[in-house]
Design a protein around this ligand. Structure first.
Ligand SMILES: Cc1cc2nc3c(=O)[nH]c(=O)nc-3n(C[C@H](O)[C@H](O)[C@H](O)COP(=O)(O)OP(=O)(O)OC[C@H]3O[C@@H](n4cnc5c(N)ncnc54)[C@H](O)[C@@H]3O)c2cc1C
Length: 322
């Protein structure tokens, strides 16, 4: 951030601190020509000769927008983002006719560390696998959260648990900041430990025989390094052996942030409900519905915000304002 700020100032950008944009100003031709903002407790206006680029983050901390677009986020979720991810910029643009897109899309991180998920078996309340357990954490999170009301269980064995504890120890998890470390690699304390899968079924309320069938099939192919159902990488495949354990993920806390936002062109131009550009208005980052809104993986939000933010700035600076 420091390098970006320094570069912007070198090119003549003026930085205004403690300045929160509140409303857009439009002229009689519907062109966005400035903003009304609060600066050190005063209302100020800023004239935009070329355009306004909105890049004020998402809306995870706007309870009313969350209730409208992501009501599932109201329970068992840790909302994450900057304090000002309050959807203000999205609302400002909507007030001048902007359309929104993919507002129900969010990043949902897995509530268990990927290091223990990958060699384990994730099943739903009927004992069925639903994903390759070595998938990206956001995909595990999304798929698991969708099923959590009917049951989500991470099933592993003593061997996997021991390996996981060794990884934690090797990375010095106990010695670094407990909060940060435990977010990345939680303790993975089993909810149940059982000698047999049928005991586990009974404890978890999974229909008798269904998890047994799943584990039998998984083990049969894992022994050959194969996963014909979900194509997990062979390095994570090993048959599960007694004693077994499972973590109940029904009440797990999932970390979330929003990905939907204003509908934009690749140039950053904001579109209205009819699909026309709103003259002088641009958006980038999580104020817009960019690439992450359909397919989030780590890095893609910062990459998208930087790339398309630059494109928006360039387009605005070189546009013919008439
Ligand atoms: C724990 C965590 C881990 C993450 N890991 C990754 C990762 O590995 N890779 C990745 O790509 N993404 C990651 N993300 C997501 C990524 O950090 C965000 O999606 C990204 O920072 C969004 O950038 P942005 O510029 O759109 O918004 P923000 O970074 O939220 O910046 C918006 C800025 O606008 C300011 N602002 C807000 N409202 C106003 C207003 N009204 N007027 C003026 N200024 C305003 C805010 O103060 C803030 O400075 C992670 C997020 C979290 C929470």
């Amino acid at each position: 951030m420091k390098s970006l700020s320094k570069a912007a100032e070198t090119f003549g950008a003026v930085v205004r601190l403690d300045t929160a944009a509140e409303r857009l100003i439009i002229d009689s031709g519907r062109r966005v020509v400035g903003v009304v903002a609060r600066q050190y407790g005063q209302t100020v206006t800023v004239r935009a000769r070329k355009g306004v680029v909105l890049c004020a983050g998402g809306f995870i901390f706007n309870d009313s927008m969350i209730a409208d677009y992501l009501p599932d986020c109201l329970e068992n979720a840790s909302k994450t983002g900057t304090d000002y991810d309050d959807g203000r910029a999205i609302r400002m643009a909507q007030a001048v006719g902007a359309a929104v897109q993919n507002m129900g899309s969010s990043e949902i991180s897995t509530p268990v560390a990927m290091a223990i998920a990958a060699p384990s078996v994730l099943v739903d309340g009927t004992g069925q696998r639903y994903i390759n357990e070595d998938a990206y954490g956001g995909r595990l999170g999304l798929a698991s959260r969708q099923r959590r009301r009917n049951g989500v269980f991470l099933v592993f064995d003593e061997h996997i648990h021991t390996d996981y504890l060794a990884v934690r120890e090797r990375l010095g998890v106990e010695s670094i900041s407990a909060l940060a470390a435990n977010r990345i690699m939680p303790r993975a304390t089993p909810t149940w430990v059982c000698e047999t899968i049928s005991e586990l079924e009974e404890s978890a309320g999974i229909p008798a025989g269904s998890l047994e069938t799943t584990i039998d099939l998984y083990n049969k192919f894992a022994a050959k390094g194969e996963d014909p159902l979900f194509h997990k990488e062979p390095r994570w495949l090993r048959p599960l052996r007694s004693p077994f354990a499972a973590i109940d993920l029904r009440d797990a806390n999932y970390r979330m942030f929003t990905l939907g936002g204003l509908r934009v062109r690749p140039s950053g131009e904001v579109l209205d409900l009819d699909g026309f550009e709103i003259p002088g208005l641009y958006a980038a980052g999580r104020t817009s519905a960019g690439i992450p809104a359909t397919n989030y993986v780590s890095g893609i939000s910062l990459g998208d915000g930087t790339f398309f933010g630059r494109a928006a700035g360039t387009h605005a600076a070189t546009s013919n304002t008439g």
